[in-house]
Design a protein around this ligand. Structure first.
Ligand code: HEM
Length: 575
């Protein structure tokens, strides 16, 4: 038999004719295979075409197994072309996923998505809940997040997995429970009282905590983990917004705060559930072992903190003097409201609301700021442009004394609003490093995506926000370059469609804190950049961590120094 370059001849030649394989077959034979006579016969008829008709059944069985094995290998590898990844019996695409997880997971997903024109179906091992449709196609995103919003809820699987930590809060709720919280919180987020509370609390944190901590590192000439410092800043800030309480994470000496630690542990242990078969984590929970024990302990700590704050606030609000103070944190706002039956909300529901807001706002802005400062380090011309913009805004101040008092200069809300190039630079950082790199939904009823992908009821849909920011078809050939200019037209910041730039989600579930987050990031970034230059420590590894939020795995080690006064004066004069 001669080897022809066809699929069938490959099987015949390589499996049935190859002398080495034949040798192996005969030598490794063992008589226990005699019961495989029927299967062997079958193999002989179908595969060897009669050539080995008189061979012993054992040999035929082994041949059959080998043939099936090679067939599976070739078939699975051929699937790669059609489905993006090899699809193996029993384990599906899991081996590729495990390999992908060894390196940069988000780059790996992006590679597969680009090969598959923006959508692929991931097949998990049999009996697991890992099957899902992964997409980065803006048409599908618009359909998922807006057009057919009601057919793509967060879903029961997500809710059941996060219930212990998040309860019925906005992040995991669907339908009326979600709508009610969204409406109330949205009204609050857009109120003048809330806006002034958030700007005041941020000002206090930046000037009394952040800048002194950075100044201390300059005086001592030591590097700092900027990501850790920014995380402390936003954690304190979001607790002030949600609970009206400052936990004090960002203080000299950077103390460990039990509530912050418990929150961190609870989030990590909840995330672990998503990569563990449901039956396994449920068993671990019943036995109170491993990560489930950690989760129970940390949730107890979070609940203790929430309970204390809720009880104290109730007492405060019952006193006429305090209620007149008109606090505008979310806890107080929801405490003043009533449910559909005109009863006050339960303590548990109040706790869920606050915990969800802390989760939403505690690390997203700080992680975005960390990537932003890292990008500035690699693109010094962008830093100069930002500085020029800030100085121009400072220069417009009427009082000369106001301009030059570097140490005490505080940016006003209307000045922060004018920092359009800075907003572009932050958006560009979020495009390349979105704080939430992947998100997900569940299919309620059978549906079809605009790109033709069929979606069965119950399917999980994962949308790869990270990939969306790096698609040539969407952002052009320079999609991997850091270019804030792509967001600026005629000197003004121009926002993009939420289905192209999905860092803040889109449709009815668009991030509620988006405006505040921009304000917070701009205020903190401008206050730092006006005073300090920073250099990322040489050889410090910067890679993303596998988590719900795109942290830098090893933090961001930087060395700060005071910004040169002459450089600043140059900008102030030229403007
Ligand atoms: C750079 C900063 C931020 C980014 C990139 C960001 C991004 C996002 C994303 C992608 C979602 C959708 C999550 C999902 O549904 O699975 C979301 C939702 C949300 N975000 Fe943000 N966020 C940021 C800051 C904040 C801040 C500071 C707050 C609050 C103080 C906040 C409050 C919320 C809330 C409440 C939701 C849930 C909205 C809903 O489901 O209706 N976010 N955000």
């Amino acid at each position: 038999m001669t080897c022809q370059p066809t699929y069938h001849s490959f099987l015949h030649n390589c499996i049935f004719c190859h002398p080495k394989i034949m040798n192996f077959n005969l030598n490794s034979m063992n008589s226990t295979y005699s019961s495989s006579f029927v299967a062997g016969n079958f193999a002989r008829k179908f595969l060897s075409g009669g050539l080995f008709f008189f061979m012993p059944a054992e040999v035929q069985m082994l041949e059959l197994l080998l043939a099936v094995f090679v067939f599976i290998v070739i078939h699975s590898l051929r699937q790669k072309k059609r489905q993006g990844l090899p699809n193996w019996p029993f384990v599906g695409m899991l081996p590729s996923l495990i390999l992908g997880l060894q390196g940069d997971m988000y780059e790996w997903i992006s590679g597969v998505l680009c090969r598959q024109n923006g959508t692929f179906i991931f097949t998990g091992p049999w009996g697991t809940n890992l099957n899902c449709v992964v997409t980065s196609d803006p048409r599908n995103l618009e359909y998922l997040l807006k057009t057919k919003f009601s057919n793509f809820p967060k879903g029961e699987y997500f809710r059941n997995t996060v219930r212990d930590l998040l309860g019925d809060g906005i992040f995991s709720a669907d339908d009326e429970i979600w709508q009610r919280q969204r409406k109330t919180a949205s009204l609050e987020f857009h109120s003048t009282k809330f806006r002034s509370m958030t700007t005041e609390s941020l000002l206090e944190l930046v000037h009394s905590r952040l800048l002194p901590v950075l100044e201390e590192s300059v005086k001592k000439s030591v590097p700092v983990d900027l990501q850790d410092i920014l995380l402390r800043l936003t954690f304190d800030n979001v607790c002030m917004i949600a609970f009206g309480v400052d936990p004090g994470c960002l203080r000299p000496g950077l103390p460990e705060i039990p509530f912050a630690r418990a929150f961190e542990d609870a989030t990590e242990a909840t995330l672990f559930r998503f990569v563990t078969p449901t039956l396994t984590w449920r068993a671990m929970r019943s036995l109170n072992i491993g990560t489930e024990k950690k989760l129970t302990d940390s949730i107890r700590e979070v609940d203790k903190f929430a309970e204390e704050v809720i009880q104290t606030r109730k007492k405060e609000l019952s006193l006429p003097t305090e209620s007149e103070k008109q606090r505008s944190d979310l806890l107080t706002v929801f405490m003043r409201l009533k449910d559909e039956q005109e009863r006050p909300f339960s303590d548990k529901f109040l706790r869920d609301i606050c915990v969800n807001f802390i989760l939403a706002g505690r690390d997203t802005s700080s992680v975005a700021l960390s990537w932003f400062f890292w990008l500035l380090n690699r693109n010094p011309e962008v830093e100069q442009n930002i500085l020029a913009e800030i100085c121009q805004i400072v220069n417009e101040r009427k009082d000369a004394k106001d301009k030059e008092d570097l140490d005490n200069l505080i940016f006003k809300p209307e000045e922060v609003k004018k920092m359009e190039y800075l907003q572009a630079a932050l958006s560009e950082a979020l495009r390349l490093h979105p704080s939430v790199p992947v998100d997900h939904k569940e299919v309620l009823e059978d549906d079809v995506f605009p790109d033709g992908t069929v979606l069965k009821k119950g399917t999980k849909v994962v949308y790869a926000i990270y990939t969306m920011g790096r698609m040539e078809g969407v952002w052009g050939k320079d999609c991997r370059d850091y270019k804030p200019e792509r967001w600026v037209r005629d000197g003004r910041f121009m926002s993009e469609s939420a289905y192209k730039f999905t860092a803040f989600n889109g449709g009815p579930r668009l991030c509620l804190g988006k405006d505040f987050a921009y304000y917070q990031m701009k205020f903190a970034a401008a206050s730092i950049l006006y005073r300090y230059t920073m250099k990322v420590e040489k050889d410090h590894p910067v890679i993303p961590k596998m988590a719900l939020t795109m942290y830098m795995k090893h933090g961001l080690k930087v060395r700060l120094s005071r910004r040169n006064q002459t450089e600043l004066q140059k900008h102030l004069k030229t403007n």
